[in-house]
Design a protein around this ligand. Structure first.
Ligand SMILES: [Zn+2]
Ligand SMILES: [Zn+2]
Length: 256
């Protein structure tokens, strides 16, 4: 199973693109940087998008992506998200004021995008890859995903504060190859992290006590101004198996 990291940050700057993964080249997980990371010829290949939640650092390239592939991709784009996220995207993004309503363009029978509702812990299979949504703890309803394919599993959590169910799933998944986890702010911004439901190196250390299996933990969603301090603080913790998710890298996960 191949996962390409198009954007691995929780904010945008010259070097930092916002949260976006490409699974098997054709399925996007979040849409923070689809249009910044891929040439249009590769954007056209993407036929399905799963969203963790409605925040802009996970959705901001959607309007421009739809515009780029409009008329080029065959059969429209399938967009999978929770009912709460679909409601927010319809109301605040594709509302004809912020951007045209592409669920009714070119017409309601053949729309450019189609929404599909995800239910917590009900798996969805696309192109032979299984995505199981796992609710996490963030300011708005947010899903992590257990991604399974080619005999390997990766647990993806984007934005979350301290959480429980994610770790239960990690501990009971035998073929788990990696856990990807939010570390948004450095320790000096603990209060900001607590009220916005994100992790810092301090709360990351506590969260990792809940993980009882030895797998690589790949940190991501760093806020651009905090990158250097987070690297220093995580380095000082000396946690085994903890690394940073590398933007631009293609990861390969297979059965052991
Ligand atoms: Zn975010
Ligand atoms: Zn968020």
């Amino acid at each position: 199973m191949e996962i390409e990291v198009l954007g691995s940050y929780g904010g945008e700057s010259l070097e930092c693109r916002m949260t976006c993964l490409l699974v098997g080249g054709r399925i996007a997980l979040d849409a923070g940087s689809l249009t910044q990371a891929l040439p249009i010829a590769r954007q056209v290949e993407v036929h399905s998008i799963l969203l963790t939640h409605s925040h802009m650092d996970h959705t901001s390239s959607l309007p421009f992506f739809i515009e780029n592939v409009y008329g080029l991709s065959s059969g429209g784009i399938d967009l999978y998200a929770s009912a709460a996220t679909i409601y927010a995207i319809r109301k605040y993004l594709f509302n004809n004021a912020t951007w045209p309503d592409f669920t009714r363009l070119p017409n309601h029978l053949l729309p450019a995008i189609r929404f599909h509702e995800l239910e917590a812990e009900v798996p969805l299979e696309i192109d032979g890859v299984r995505f199981t949504p796992i609710p996490v703890d963030h300011l708005v309803p947010t899903l992590g995903f257990l991604i399974e394919g080619d005999g390997a599993a990766v647990l993806w959590s984007s934005d979350t504060g301290p959480t429980e169910r994610l770790w239960e799933v990690a501990n009971r998944t035998p073929n788990l190859r990696a856990v990807c986890l939010d570390t948004s702010f450095d320790n000096a911004l603990q209060q900001v992290a607590d009220v916005s439901l994100h992790l810092t190196p301090r709360t990351l250390e506590r969260e990792l006590e809940k993980l009882r299996v030895e797998v690589p933990v790949l940190l991501h969603h760093l806020k651009p101004p905090c990158v250097e301090r987070i690297h220093q603080e995580v380095g000082a913790l000396g946690l085994p198996g903890v690394e940073f998710l590398e933007q631009g890298r293609r990861y390969r996960f297979d059965r052991a």
